[in-house]
Write a protein that binds this ligand. Structure first.
Ligand code: FES
Ligand SMILES: [Fe+2]
Length: 362
């Protein structure tokens, strides 16, 4: 992005204008820069600690667009690697399981759980073949409660720094992450640029218009529904309304919804009711396509019926949002409206997000 254009965009964001419409998929250079400068340098939710309890257990997954494998090594430490063979690029590990080593299915190069190349068939015929030069590339890996995160930047700042106030907000809201149990995974996709979905998540200005059932359960009045942005986190807090919502919804100790974005693409959601939490990860698989994964966790005592009601509530909102974001993408793709105008009292979390995008790419 040229310097003069950059300065102009920075000033436009400060004035409440949005990023240019061309940044939402029609300019492929922006997408490449985002992968390199945002997704290759941020913490991504990649697995659950329960999948990695035993020494030798591994999970092949992805951190944004980067294929990764996370292992519990024989010393009991979590480690992660770019899951790309140093021979010719086949993905090394698939699925999950327990192994003493990781073998690439293409030509059987074999790596230790420390990432070092241990065996490469016929390499003894190759004069000067240097095993040490072809270790799997290391990543940063850390866990928080039942969640495992990876950062393709192997010198990343600690996860706790990125999480900022999220753990404290959850604890204060009645969620003990160590007592949550994984219940279900949903996979989904959107025909949009990844930023359209995140920006939709970051405001509840559309809630009274587009989410009638949500707005019956949660008080979306701008004086009650709070928005807070700090560092790499943007948070929303919505109190439970008094009275019955008019549909089945379980009662419980969580009286206030909280919705957090962990920059750039993880949303952490707690709805009112018995202890619940979901993680939604949006992965940009192309400039116009997002693949998403939603993992649902509940307190041990939450019944299946209660869990289903909470998930149905979330699915209803998600279906409403899907129609909104796909329509926004069509409008942006037309190229006819070069930028939008935010209401900075109701949409400042979007402004915060767009500044992070802009600063990352500058
Ligand atoms: S690409 Fe992995 S062994 Fe050849
Ligand atoms: Fe929405």
């Amino acid at each position: 992005v040229a310097t003069d254009v950059r300065q102009e965009i920075g000033e436009a964001l400060d004035a409440g204008l949005t990023l240019p419409a061309s940044w939402y998929g029609s300019d492929p250079a922006i997408h490449r820069l985002e992968l390199e400068r945002i997704f290759a340098r941020t913490w991504q939710y990649v697995a659950r600690t329960e999948q990695l309890t035993e020494p030798g257990s591994f999970v092949a997954t992805r951190a944004g667009h980067v294929p990764v494998v996370v292992v519990r090594d024989l010393e009991g430490d979590l480690r992660g690697y770019v899951n790309v063979c140093r021979h010719r690029g086949h993905l090394v590990a698939r699925g999950s399981g327990k192994r003493a080593s990781l073998q690439c299915p293409y030509h059987a190069w074999t790596y230790g759980l420390d990432g070092c190349l241990r065996a490469a068939p016929r390499s003894e015929r190759e004069p000067g073949f240097d095993f040490d030069a072809y270790s799997l590339l290391p990543l940063s890996v850390e866990s928080w409660g039942p969640f495992v995160f990876a950062n393709p930047d192997h010198e990343a700042a600690p996860l706790a720094e990125a999480l900022g106030g999220i753990p404290a907000h959850l604890a204060e809201g009645g969620i003990d992450v160590d007592r949550l149990r994984f219940r279900e995974r949903l996979e989904w996709s959107h025909a949009t640029n990844w930023k359209v979905g995140i920006e939709n998540y970051l405001e509840c200005y559309h809630c009274p218009v587009a989410h009638p059932s949500f707005s019956k359960l949660i008080d979306v009045d701008p004086d009650e529904y709070l928005l807070r942005a700090e560092g790499l986190v943007a948070s929303q807090f919505g109190p439970l309304r008094d009275g019955e919502p008019g549909f089945d919804y379980p009662k419980g100790e969580v009286k206030r919804a909280q919705y957090h974005l962990l920059w750039p693409n993880l949303t952490i959601n707690v709805d009112p009711g018995p202890p619940n939490l979901s993680f939604d990860t949006s992965i940009p698989v192309s400039p116009h396509e997002v693949e998403g994964v939603s993992d649902y966790f509940f307190g041990e005592d939450v019944t299946d019926a209660e869990a289903r009601e909470i998930m149905a509530f979330g699915s209803q909102v998600a279906a409403e949002d899907m129609a909104l974001v796909e329509s926004v993408q069509k409008g942006l793709d037309s190229g006819m409206v070069p930028y939008g105008r935010l209401l900075t009292t109701s949409e400042h979390l979007i402004q915060h997000f767009q500044r992070l995008v802009y600063e990352s790419l500058s």
